[in-house]
Design a protein around this ligand. Structure first.
Ligand code: SF4
Length: 458
């Protein structure tokens, strides 16, 4: 999962980009970067670390210009190194210079990279963003396409998820894959500055108005000549009749105050909770307790529907550094204890409905249940606001291999035993579909293995 941001037409473009990226820092904490154009030169800065650590005031002073793009990264493809950090820059002697940042994974990455390498294009990283920008530059320089035509060409040949911003010295381009798997919204500030981001919460932070989603396969060019919304090849639209938005953006990844895929994220989450409660008639408990923060609105929906009071019995420490979000198992185990604490004397002799958004490996929820049991809880009924995750994601989310997914290895009763709860239910996929306005427009592949774009190949 990653986050992107773009700004056009503001002398403080770097500062606005830093502010916007900070609002979507939850989408990636490993590294970040920014490319800023002053009309003559594109300057690039990228480093391992969080936005506020990397883009200090002194650093921002070194990035003059009115066009900027930025990125926060959580590694899905390619290791966590500065080389793989975005944006990626392509400089040419004869033609324009491009910088590009993207969110999503490319399914035919290896085949397309091989094609470019056979045509003497060289790579510095293993990152999808570099493939996109080099493919576009290749089409412009070797095939004589204009940038718009090169992006169209790229969309026909490269398959995968890509919500993307690209800047040249004098223009900002924003475009999105035909399935619009990852979110991407744009808008204008009062002074006319154009801003685009992975999530609308970043636009809110920047005070943008007129928020709109980038359409599927849409390309928008912003330059001194104005804003041009470019229609794509009709054959491309025909080949992709529906978008396939990532349902997990609604369940867990995005901030609850964001709006995308035509709906408010927090409302979808409340609906998930209500659907779970409807499948639970007659369950008696003293409290509904969500695992904070991602399950808060699912818990609220459950509580309202079941008429069982909500209580925030689990408290999350928001200030643990990224050390604790690193993917290694030992660090993850330790992080659960660092991340969650219980309200004192709350759980003793209580019966609770514990709500979480999903179970992936099962490690975190098992440790939370252990904590609650040590505090003397009477009964724990665990309810999960999504179906069982049985398949890996190939479209930009760092899910573990299939073998590590607890629901792929064990049946419901075995998962209940392993998590140590008195009862366990997951949301059924048909119930999940009732919680969004256009269920046919979503990808559910990590639950049912039905991959709209196939899986990553050689
Ligand atoms: S496989 Fe799962 S996580 Fe990946 S895009 Fe589809 S719904 Fe989202």
């Amino acid at each position: 999962m990653c986050g992107i941001l773009g700004v056009f037409g503001n002398p403080s473009a770097a500062r606005l980009t830093s502010l916007g990226l900070f609002a979507i820092q939850h989408r990636g904490q490993e590294s970040c970067g920014m490319a800023v154009s002053d009309g003559k030169v594109i300057r690039l800065r990228k480093k391992m670390g969080l936005i506020k650590e990397v883009f200090t005031e002194a650093e921002l002073d070194q990035l003059p210009g009115s066009i900027a793009i930025g990125h926060v990264r959580y590694p899905t493809k390619g290791s966590a190194t500065e080389f793989n950090t975005q944006p990626h820059l392509v400089e040419t002697l004869a033609g324009p210079t491009y910088a590009l940042a993207s969110n999503g994974d490319i399914v035919n990455y290896h085949a397309m990279r091989r094609f470019l390498e056979e045509n003497n294009v060289y790579f510095k990283s293993d990152n999808d963003g570099e493939l996109l920008v080099k493919y576009i530059a290749y089409q412009v320089m070797r095939q004589g396409d204009g940038i718009i035509e090169a992006i169209r060409h790229m969309m026909r040949d490269i398959k995968g998820a890509y919500s993307t911003v690209l800047c040249t010295r004098d223009a900002l381009y924003m475009f999105r894959d035909p399935h619009s798997i990852r979110p991407m919204v744009w808008g204008k500030m009062q002074d006319g500055t154009v801003v685009v981001a992975s999530e609308s919460c970043a636009l809110d932070t920047l005070g943008a108005i007129d928020r709109q989603e980038i359409p599927s396969a849409g390309i928008i060019k912003v330059s001194d000549e104005g804003i041009r919304v470019i229609e794509n090849d009709p054959a491309l639209y025909r080949s992709v009749p529906n978008p396939r938005h990532c349902i997990f953006e609604q369940i867990y990844f995005s901030r609850p105050d964001s709006y995308h895929f035509g709906e408010d994220v927090f409302r979808v989450r409340e609906a998930l909770g209500a659907a779970l409660a409807k499948a639970d008639p007659g369950l008696k408990a003293d409290y509904v307790v969500p695992v904070p923060d991602s399950a808060n609105f699912i818990g609220l929906g459950y509580s309202n529907e079941a008429k069982i009071p909500l209580s925030l019995g689990l408290i999350r420490n928001h200030y643990i550094g990224r050390t604790f979000i690193k993917p290694e198992q030992t660090i993850r185990d330790e992080s659960v204890r660092q991340k969650f604490n219980l309200l004192p004397n709350f759980f003793k002799d209580k019966s609770v409905v514990l709500i979480d958004d999903s179970i992936v490996r099962g490690t975190t929820i098992r440790k939370i249940v252990e904590l609650i049991k040590r505090a003397g809880v009477k009964e724990v009924h665990l309810r999960i606001g999504s179906p069982q995750v049985k398949y890996s994601c190939y479209y930009g989310i760092d899910t573990p291999s299939k073998e590590e997914l607890i629901a792929n290895r064990f049946d419901l009763e075995q998962i209940r035993e392993r998590t140590g709860v008195d009862s366990l239910k997951f949301l059924e996929i048909n119930d999940l579909r009732t919680c969004v306005q256009k269920p046919e427009d979503y990808c559910y592949a990590c639950f049912n293995g039905d991959y709209p774009l196939g899986v990553a190949g050689d």
